[in-house]
Structure formats: C-alpha cells, structure tokens
Design a protein around this ligand. Structure first.
Ligand code: WTA
Length: 566
C-alpha cells in the first residue's frame, strides 16, 4: 500500500496547479464554487453519496446527497434569478445552521451573487453596519430573525428583497417573499453563471482595531487552496464523516464547513445546536464522525467536563482532530491525547487568508502549544517590527507575515482598498499577530498586534462596541478592551465614564450590558463594565486602549510620554 506523503514530500516541487489538475480546472475556464461543490461531484459518480446529514437540537434530521445539493442549489439559484437579482449583487444569508443556509450558499454562488453570510445572533446594529456597507440587495432569513431586519428597512433602501425560507402561510410585509426550497419545483438543470477565478464570491465581515468591520472580499479561485488544505491538513479521505462545528457566519464555517470538504466530495454532518459536551459526544458517536475541526474554547469547555465523559461514548471512528481560531494551549493538546487517544492539530489562518496558513500537518511531530509550520506553497516569516525585515536567527518574536499570492488571499476590503493596502509592507502581507519561530521551523503564537478582542475564537472590534456604548443615554466616553478569561481566552471589558449627574450602580451596569447584547451580539457584550472618572488619552485626545488592556493583563503599560496627565 502506498504510504501517505509526508510534509517534506509535499514541500518538494509544490505547485497550486496540483489542485487545479485534481479539480479539472484549466486557466481560462469558468470557475464556480457552487458548481464545483455539487455538479462536478455528480459527474464524477458521487450523485448518490451522502453530502450532508443535518440535525438540530431536538434531534430532527435531514439527509442530502450530492445530487440533492446540486438540484436544490439550482432551485435556490433559479429562484434568486427569478426575483431579478443580478450577478455581483450581494445576497446575505442570515440564518441558523439550517440546510437552507448551506444550499443557499451554493445556490447564491451558482447564480453569480456575492454571498454574505452573517451570524443569526447579530443584533440590528451589527446587521445594519454590514448590510449598509455591502449595499446588500437581498437577505435570506427565517421568521425568528426577521424582526431584526424589519427594523432596518427604512435605513436600507437598496435592500429590495427579504426572503423567508420558512414563510409558510403567515403574513408577509412589503419587500418580503417566501422561498420554500423543499416545496418549489426542483430545477434539474441550471447553467451556473460563468464566474471566472477572479469573480467575487464570498464577503465575510471581520473586525479590525479602527472603524467598523471590514468586508473581506474572496473570489472563486479561493477554491484551489481551500480544496487542497482541506484534503491535506484535515486529511480528508473518501469514506470520512467530517464535522466542522463552526457557523458559516465565520470564515471557518464556509472555507472548511462548506467549500473544502464538499469540493473533496466528503460527507459532512452539521449539528444546529449550541455547545453541550454530552450532546456533542453523542452526536459524534451516532454519526460516526472520523474528522473533527473545532476550536480552543470548545476544547477547553470539553476539558472541564473531564475525560470520563468521553469514554462513555464510542468515538472509536475518530481519526483526526484539528483546531483553529485562538491559541491552542499545550494542556489542551495533551488532554486530547489522553481523552481521545490523539492530539488536536492546531491550524493558524484568518478571514483574509481564506485558507490555512500555518498548520500541524498530519504525520508531522506535534509540539504542544505550537501552530506548526507553513502549509506547502505558503511562504511565511516573522518580521522585526522595527525594520519590517525578517528576523534573523530563531526564537525572536516578530510580526507574522506571508508572501502574497496564494489562491484564497482576499482581493480587497469592500469599499476600502486603502485599508487593504495598509496590510502590506516590504512585499509581505502582515497578519497583525506576533509569533516566534523555533530552530525546527515551528511557529509559536505570542499575541495579537492590535486591539482586536478574540473571544472564543471570534474577533470583536473595540470601535464597534465603543460606538454602540456611546448610544446609551448614560454614557459619556468609553473604551472596550480584552480581559483574560480561562475559557474564552478573552472577553470584552468596557471602561465607561458617565454623563454628569449619573451615578454608577449594578443595575446600570446590567442595563448597559444588555443594551450591547441586543444591539450587537452576545459575543460583543461586555462581561464587565468598569465605571471610571476619566480614561487615559493622548495629548490629541485619543483614548489609549493599550494602557487599559495592559492593566487587565498585568503587563507593563509601555511608553506613557504622549499621554495627557490624568
Ligand atoms: C487568531 C479565523 C492563535 C489570530 C480562521 C488571527 C489564532 C485571528 C489561531 C483570525 C491559532 C486564528 N492560534 N491565534 N491557531 N487561528 N487565530 O479572521 O489572532 O476570525 O489573526 O479567522 O484569530 O481570526 P478570523
């Protein structure tokens, strides 16, 4: 039997054209992710293979073959077309993890739309910022979430269609229509829009330090590296049952919860339900999950429940475990070895990179606590922050930087090309994280190089929270920073000065927390609010979050010379 190639084997003569060949793509051909994840596989004899097994919290189940994916995404695409939506228009998917989310994703891409997935947990303000910026013309949602959309219609004149996947016979308002995918006549043939490799595909909003979230613009060519990294790093094989527990509102849930695995023709299972250790193990045992892609916060929550609970379930089919989103602490790797008999393999990447950059390649020695080495075809380094040149020697902390040009690199931020260009220095793409590289070439994460808060793997921008805080009638000034947390790694902490005559108390703290939860999302809600008389500022009056953050982490406060005397 042929042995699986090693990391070193893969490095030799690496070329992305390998993925192009495997996918049967030649330069100049149209390239459409929706078609590749359904029609192509049917043509290759996988029409009757199970593509998706979906289950919700109540145990309701639906199963789809690759032919179902093909036909139902056709049906979805044709319906959008029938509404007059044009290629290039932004179609937002604002749903729980129901099958329509997955089918709509492929269908939207097939008709040439730019698909914009957003977390259904977003409140009206978070939703508005992203729909307004993208100039979104259609939103596909569920009855349970439509109230948040209705609130915004006056402010979103360009949003022509509000499409409900579970409209039933209930009343519909202006601009609303129903799309009952399972009841519509099945569209057997649909000519996918001839998107090219550089045609915009997916628009994911991600938070930065300054300003509102930015729309990371992916293109159909991203498929090439999403396919290959899924195959090699997730180690996907034809008989696998794969589970990615990420929501497609997050890039992990699309790159590796839709595109990568389906482009590989692999069966996916989806559990539309929140975290619950017992439920998760039971789900994996019943569904015979073989490959699992998860995240450190979930792993830490599972660790809390102990390994005895693991042993109560038959997880003998689990073959490979991977993690992404936050630093995977060494203890979690050691624990998974003890509990599952195999380590979690950490992977490092970003919304902007579209696919994994630094990985623990299957078969490569796992050093617990390290993110691994650059994927073949990825040239990475750490830059000296003073010179922006690669550090010489090993073990020195610098800025993680990647040589541009990999297939799934975003092509820009929506409406913000200047912001995108600022991400490049001396011919390197700067990730905004700090790390060091050891003598064996392994990368060790140190921290972010900005004020973005990573809570449970989700990036939350301080500016978005601060702007929302200022809308509360009692708040005069605010700063949002990360506070260390044993499970979520970081949570949001807000510092607030109140308007004259308003006195802080516990009720006000709770009220402000809920205000943010509703406006933005549960993730963005501060877990703690510290009322203060003043905030540290520069002489020009800019609030300095760095100092507040350093205090939370017990770190040195750095150079205070430009500060106004407090
Ligand atoms: C962080 C997620 C440490 C990092 C796919 C990065 C990580 C940001 C890791 C991107 C990891 C992601 N170890 N930190 N293995 N993976 N991060 O855009 O700060 O939501 O820049 O994409 O998450 O988050 P994003």
């Amino acid at each position: 039997m042929a042995t699986t190639p090693t990391y070193e084997d893969r490095l030799k003569d690496f070329s992305w054209s390998l993925a192009e060949q495997e996918l049967g793509y030649r330069k100049g051909d149209p390239l459409n992710i929706g078609w590749h994840c359904s029609d192509r596989l049917c043509r290759q004899g996988l029409a009757d293979k199970t593509a998706l097994v979906w289950e919700d919290f109540s145990g309701a189940t639906k199963t789809y073959t690759f032919d179902d994916l093909r036909v139902l995404s056709n049906t979805f695409a044709a319906h959008l077309q029938g509404l007059g939506i044009q290629p290039g228009e932004r179609v937002c998917l604002f749903m729980d993890r129901v099958p329509e989310l997955y089918l709509g994703f492929l269908g939207g891409l097939k008709m040439g739309a730019v698909v914009q997935p957003l977390f259904s947990a977003f409140g009206a303000d978070s939703l508005w910022t992203r729909l307004d910026d993208a100039g979104t013309t259609a939103i596909v949602t569920q009855r349970k979430h439509v109230a948040k959309v209705r609130k915004l219609l006056d402010k979103l004149p360009q949003l022509r269609h509000v499409i409900l996947v579970d409209a039933g016979d209930g009343p519909l308002r202006e601009r609303e229509s129903g799309l009952d995918l399972h009841a519509l006549p099945r569209v057997e043939t649909f000519d996918a829009h001839p998107t090219g490799p550089e045609t915009p595909s997916v628009l994911h909003y991600t938070s930065g330090t300054t300003g509102q979230p930015k729309g990371a613009q992916h293109v159909h060519y991203s498929l090439i590296s999403q396919y290959l990294t899924a195959k090699w790093v997730l180690d996907l094989r034809p008989d696998d049952v794969y589970w990615c527990n990420a929501d497609p509102g997050w890039v992990t849930g699309t790159s590796y919860g839709i595109i990568g695995p389906w482009a590989n023709g692999v069966t996916q299972v989806v559990l539309d339900s929140g975290f619950n250790a017992e439920k998760w193990y039971d789900f994996m045992a019943r569904r015979g999950v073989t490959v699992w892609y998860s995240a450190p916060t979930a792993i830490r929550l599972l660790m809390r429940e102990g390994s005895d609970l693991v042993r109560k379930h038959d997880l003998s089919r689990l073959r490979h475990l991977c993690s992404v989103g936050e630093p995977l602490n060494a203890e979690a790797v050691v624990w998974s070895q003890e509990a599952f008999g195999k380590p979690f393999h950490d992977t490092y990447w970003q919304t902007e990179t579209g696919c994994m950059m630094i990985t623990n390649f299957p078969g490569m020695k796992v050093k617990p606590g390290s993110m691994g080495k650059p994927f073949p075809g990825i040239t990475a380094t750490v830059l000296d922050p003073n010179t922006n040149l690669p550090h010489e020697g090993t073990g020195r902390v610098g800025l993680i930087a990647i040589r541009p040009g990999w297939p799934s690199q975003i092509r820009g931020y929506w409406n913000n090309q200047a912001g995108y260009e600022r991400k490049f220095v001396n011919g390197w793409y700067i990730c905004g994280d700090r790390a060091s590289i050891d003598a064996d070439g392994y990368y060790w994460f140190v921290g972010r190089d900005d004020d973005v808060i990573n809570t449970g793997g989700h990036l939350v921008g301080p500016f978005e929270i601060e702007s929302a805080l200022l809308e509360h009638p009692a708040v005069a000034e605010s700063a949002a920073v990360a506070k260390p947390d044993p499970v979520n790694m970081e949570v949001v902490k807000a510092f607030v000065t109140l308007k004259p005559g308003i006195a802080p108390d516990d009720d006000l703290e709770l009220e402000i927390m809920n205000f943010i939860r509703k406006k933005l999302s549960p993730l963005a809600m501060p877990q703690e609010i510290e009322f203060t008389d003043s905030l540290p500022k520069t002489r020009s009056g800019k609030i300095v979050r760095r100092i507040l953050r350093a205090r939370e982490f017990g770190e040195p406060e750095g150079d205070l010379s430009t500060l106004m005397s407090e």
